[in-house]
Design a protein around this ligand. Structure first.
Ligand code: NAP
Length: 524
């Protein structure tokens, strides 16, 4: 079905009197077609429908839920060329990157189908009654986790596929048993609509309740604010700016019944190159650093925005090699004019900070492109100047030069919460690395050695989270199978007769989910 610009309120395609246009990210010209701006009435209809779908969706058998996620993946793949070319036009992202992102989108939907079938997320626990316990007998206690209810997911500008209408937050919420209402990112409404159509079709194929998935679009804060405020909504998934995330958290907290907002916001992803590694392969590391910095015009939440070195001739060589590599890297277009303007403001702020030197720029070949920027600052100045650890979203990074190990530790201690922290090291660096790890554990959700933070594997052990401002809740992750936990809560059943218990908690259950029985894990 071609792009129509309509909203999806469940399976129903709906037009609106107000419309907006998509913009071609490279030419900044409007793309053909107009998109409906959702009103408060649309918000109410989608949220109430999601609420009505909650009970039948959460109680449908888990095999149906898993098949639904797999059908979403299959239908997204069937969109083929139309999806890729629309996403390329709306975002300016390279074709190869979008193909990879589509693969990741499908694989995370399929991974969550496996998670649903495996059932570990149910968190089953049984503590048998102890009728002879003195001085009082103990009751029979059984626990499982149930979904929270309808979830609003904000599409991310920088992941039009993997973190938008059918992305990670949608997959994990649907896997948990929560209906989803998507707030499409206004930077890629056509891409979002195509994916939404694929998911609505999958819901229809599996005969799921109509409100299991809705998709609303419209520029401006009102739509997102109305969705977060709607009483049917029980949780929010968000990737975007710190400003936007904090605004949504405040709105959620002001509701009559506050709800959790899982916001992934801002991170500079420090990379520490330790002395032996710097000496052994500084040039190679500098080139790899610039490749990571400029990948996708630096529009990754895991972009390496801060490099920390101990001053030495090798540190000079690293900086020189990075400057040369960056000078040879042409600027590329950003996702939106607004994001580009924010990048230029961030670069200008660093340029005008007295203690900071601009040491490198990328190649300026064409207008409307963002050219990489490299800065340097002495650690002593970094430590006494506010704001130098703030994210500049795009290909900008700051090299912090430390006088020694003690100053290096002070710099790391000063950092805000991060999604990632990276150490480049060789064997002689192990002792120093060992003293840095406890600092980094307290700062970041993921610690890498001899790698680059861009590129996040979707796997059971992955953590894409971290202390504020990386995210609003450091106990969770938005990538990897643990992401399902955000949309679940535990319920304990005390002395509930077997006939009334959920099947998976009964003594005679034939379901083979892992459960903890009297304190010990076993398959049921
Ligand atoms: P954004 O401005 O935070 O917007 C993200 C989504 O949240 C949009 O759908 C937006 O809706 C909505 N929103 C934002 N503020 C809101 C509010 N006060 N009330 C209700 N809804 C609100 O992020 P963006 O558009 O993707 O990019 C802007 C900046 O965010 C970038 O320059 C960058 O600094 C940062 N960013 C960071 C990351 C990261 O991973 N760290 C990723 C993407 C962006 P409307 O636009 O329709 O109002």
């Amino acid at each position: 079905m071609p792009i129509s610009g309509e909203l999806f309120i469940g399976p129903e395609r709906v037009l609106s009197t107000d419309q907006f246009q998509a913009i071609d990210a490279s030419s900044r010209q409007p793309l053909a077609g107009e998109f409906a701006v959702a009103t408060n009435e649309h918000v109410a209809r989608a949220c109430i429908l999601a609420d009505q779908a909650f009970e039948p969706y959460r109680t449908a058998d888990l095999e149906t839920r898993a098949l639904f996620l797999e059908a979403c993946a299959a239908n997204i793949e069937k969109l083929g060329e139309e999806l890729l070319s629309r996403a390329a036009a709306e975002t300016g992202l390279a074709r190869g990157r979008l193909e990879t992102e589509r693969g990741r989108t499908m694989s995370q939907l399929k991974l969550f189908a496996q998670v649903v079938r495996q059932g570990d997320w149910l968190g089953l626990r049984v503590d048998h009654a102890q009728v002879d316990r003195k001085p009082f007998p103990r009751s029979d206690l059984r626990q499982r986790r149930i979904p929270l209810g309808p979830v609003v997911v904000f599409g991310a500008s920088n992941f039009p596929l993997a973190f938008s209408a059918g992305g990670g937050d949608v997959a994990s919420a649907l896997a948990a048993g929560c209906p989803v209402v998507v707030k499409a990112h206004p930077a890629h409404p056509g891409t979002s609509e195509l994916v939404a159509g694929a998911i609505v079709d999958a819901a229809r194929e599996l005969a799921l309740p109509p409100g299991v998935y809705s998709h609303l679009s419209g520029p401006g804060n009102e739509l997102g604010a109305a969705l977060v405020a709607h009483p049917s909504i029980q949780a929010v998934g968000f990737t975007g700016s710190r400003h936007g995330g904090l605004a949504l958290i405040a709105l959620a907290a002001q509701r009559q019944i506050p709800i959790p907002v899982y916001a992934e916001m801002s991170s500079v992803n420090p990379v520490v190159v330790l002395p032996a590694a710097l000496k052994a392969r500084g040039d190679v590391l500098a080139a790899a650093f610039v490749a990571s910095l400029t990948l996708g015009t630096g529009q990754f939440c895991t972009n390496p925005g801060l490099v920390v070195l101990i001053d030495s001739p090798e540190a000079d060589r690293f900086s020189g090699a990075a400057i040369a590599a960056l000078a040879a890297t042409p600027g590329t277009c950003m996702l939106t004019p607004g994001i580009h303007a924010a990048f230029e403001r961030g670069v200008a702020r660093l340029c005008s900070t007295p203690a900071v030197s601009q040491i490198g720029r990328g190649r300026h070949d064409a207008n409307r492109t963002a050219v990489g920027a490299l800065f340097s600052v002495a650690a002593a100045d970094f430590l006494k100047t506010g704001g130098l650890g703030d994210e500049v979203f795009g290909p900008s990074s700051l090299i912090v030069r430390c006088s020694g190990e003690s100053e290096l530790m002070s710099v790391l201690r000063k950092l805000e919460g991060q999604l990632t922290a990276t150490l480049h090291l060789d064997q002689p660096d192990y002792a120093l690395a060992k003293s840095l790890l406890p600092i980094l554990e307290r700062k970041a959700g993921r610690i890498l050695v001899n790698g680059w933070p861009t590129g996040v594997e979707v796997a059971p052990a992955m953590v894409h989270g971290g202390p504020y401002p990386a995210t609003s809740d450091a106990r969770t992750t938005s990538v990897g199978t643990l992401a399902i936990d955000r949309f679940l809560r535990p319920v304990c059943y005390q002395d509930v007769p077997a006939a009334l218990l959920p099947t998976e908690l009964r003594e005679d259950s034939t379901l083979r989910y892992q459960r903890m029985v009297d304190g010990t894990y076993r398959a049921s």
